[in-house]
Design a protein. Sequence first.
Length: 286
Amino acid sequence: MNVDIDALRKHIGTKVVEEDVATQAPLRGLAVTFDREERIPGPGGTIPPGWHLVYFVPLSPKATLGDDGLPTSGGVLPPMPFPRRMYAGTELAFHDPIRVGDALRRETEFTDVSLRSGGTGALIFATQTRRIFTPRGLAIVEQSHTVFREEAKAGEQSATPKRNKPPADTPWLRTIMTDPVSLFRYSALTFNPHRIHYDRDYAMRIEGYPGLVVHGPYSQQCLIDLARDHAPGQTLKSFTQRARAPLFDTAPFSIVGRTLDGGKGAELWALTPEGTIAMEVTLRYT
């Protein structure tokens, strides 16, 4: 398929502004979804890093949803010629904490799009930049990267990129046991209607995956929490995650990590059941 990337680039700069309130209830849901035995912040309390994703959930009318469950219109992205979409990575910059009870404002801007060729065929990479403000000012800047892929042919299995293994000296280790219930819970908390995360028949028969796909932000939270648990008292300044291969609910996956620059940061990886890199992360502390 010929893709007019210049036509897509004309939409760069499109913005939307939304408002929300940092309520406590969805934070309780995140804690049980990730088995976090920690105190849920009360009014005025600081929410943990990454938990902001339960706010500004996409409330698209049913009539606007495509076959994959995701909206086909609205937001800042133009209609894409490729129907399948996947998480490609995130860059987070933490400027000031979000506190329970804060009135929130988020500006979302379409900031980049490119056409590339990969091992799985032609790919469109799109970037949305989100800025979240509290009454005290800028709190979080998030650059979210999405990859759009061509439609899978009938009976075709979705190819999984082959990746390298992580370094051997990664003393932090945790095994993540995913299952349909935890993936459904996360989809519900973030109001993510993408069927690859909860509809096994769709994920396998239509998109050619071997099982349910683990959300990129789900693995992102697992990795943030691993770093938090090994560096208590540190304040997260930045977090960069790159997706290298998808993860599925068909088997447990591992997350590993190590300190960086004498404790000023950390490197972490989420690994496929075969031990190859699925997600790679670099984070920095203040």
